[in-house]
Design a protein around this ligand. Structure first.
Ligand code: CCH
Length: 291
């Protein structure tokens, strides 16, 4: 049997379809950003998982540690308390549900509800009682940097160049907030719709440095309403990354498929799913083979 088909040793009483429905019902809010918590939920699931290091098997979504110091206070996680607070009602309504499972499932539901691909997801993450096992700050990417930094960060998680580009395609969703990252504005004209528009805009628009008092970021020359981070621009400046940008800009279905695989892998980094035959899988043995 493929690892994902084995039965969990301790089947949970939680009805995850009901959890999905509860999350979906919380997405829309006309007074919040572009009308949806979806993009913020995606960022929550990604930041909960993206601390993983395959070098020492620390970090990752297990533990649900972002609700504690120090992770809750990291600069990179600014604003994510809004997502966690929004999801609190779902946690309370489903005894047995872990925060660690909820933070990752919320991202999956958000992507699906915003028109994205189905992403394989399974429960099995535990909650830690405090934030003591959180790694030191600095594992999430710095938007001011370029290709080398992006590779350092994502290779540490175990991703290759193609997966890196696919994952960052999530910037078709949402926007930057001056009171969180310091950056400002959305990447696309439809920030609550999953699409390959981020890649098309990267290639097709002309991007100039924005003249403003904030951090270095780019704006489109036509409407001056869209933005790119220095780290986003690295995807077209670096020839290896650029190859995949070209592929995904042309083929939205391929992007959706590759994004789903990479995002599934991201959410499972460092997780041991206990199975009925006593074996464990996870710690990414199975995932490693796919690199
Ligand atoms: Fe991202 N991202 N991200 N990002 N991100 C920001 C917002 C979102 C970087 C920087 C930023 C991924 C990779 C990277 C989302 C998903 C993903 C912001 C603005 C910055 C800065 C935060 C703010 O001010 O609110 C950098 C750098 C990288 C890689 O190098 C990956 C991978 C994903 C998911 C797969 C989403 C969604 C948002 C929008 C959040 C919102 O509130 O709208």
């Amino acid at each position: 049997t493929a690892p994902q088909d084995k039965k969990l040793a301790t089947p949970s009483k939680v009805d995850y379809n009901e959890v999905r429905k509860s999350v979906a019902a919380l997405l829309d809010d006309a007074n919040f950003d572009d009308g949806s918590y979806g993009p913020l939920f995606v960022r929550l699931g990604w930041h909960a998982s993206g601390t993983y290091s395959h070098l020492d098997s620390t970090g990752g979504s297990n533990g649900g540690c972002m609700r504690f110091e120090p992770e809750s206070g990291w600069g990179a996680n600014k604003g994510l308390h809004l997502a966690r607070e929004r999801l609190e009602a779902v946690y309370r309504a489903h005894p047995g549900l872990t925060y660690a499972d909820l933070y990752t499932l919320a991202a999956v539901v958000a992507i699906e509800e915003m028109g994205g691909p189905q992403i394989k997801w399974r429960p099995g993450r535990n909650d830690h009682k405090d934030g003591k096992k959180s790694p030191a700050d600095g594992r999430l990417p710095d938007a001011a940097q370029g290709a080398q930094h992006i590779r350092d960060i994502f290779y540490r998680m175990g991703f290759n160049d193609q997966e890196i580009v696919a994952l960052i395609g999530a910037h078709s969703l949402g926007r930057c907030h001056t009171d969180r990252s310091g950056y400002d504005g959305p990447w696309t004209f439809a920030p609550t719709t999953f699409s390959n528009e981020f890649f098309r805009l990267l290639l097709e628009e002309k991007w100039n440095l924005r003249r403003w008092n904030g951090p270095k970021q780019y704006e489109d020359t036509k409407t001056k309403t869209l933005m790119m981070l220095p780290a986003d621009m690295a995807l077209i400046e670096d020839p290896e990354f650029r190859k995949y940008v070209v592929v995904y800009a042309k083929d939205g279905d391929k992007f959706a498929k590759d994004f789903a695989s990479a995002f599934e892998k991201l959410l499972e980094l460092g997780i041991d799913f206990k199975t009925t035959d006593g074996s464990t899988h996870g710690k990414n043995e199975s995932l490693w083979k796919r690199i």
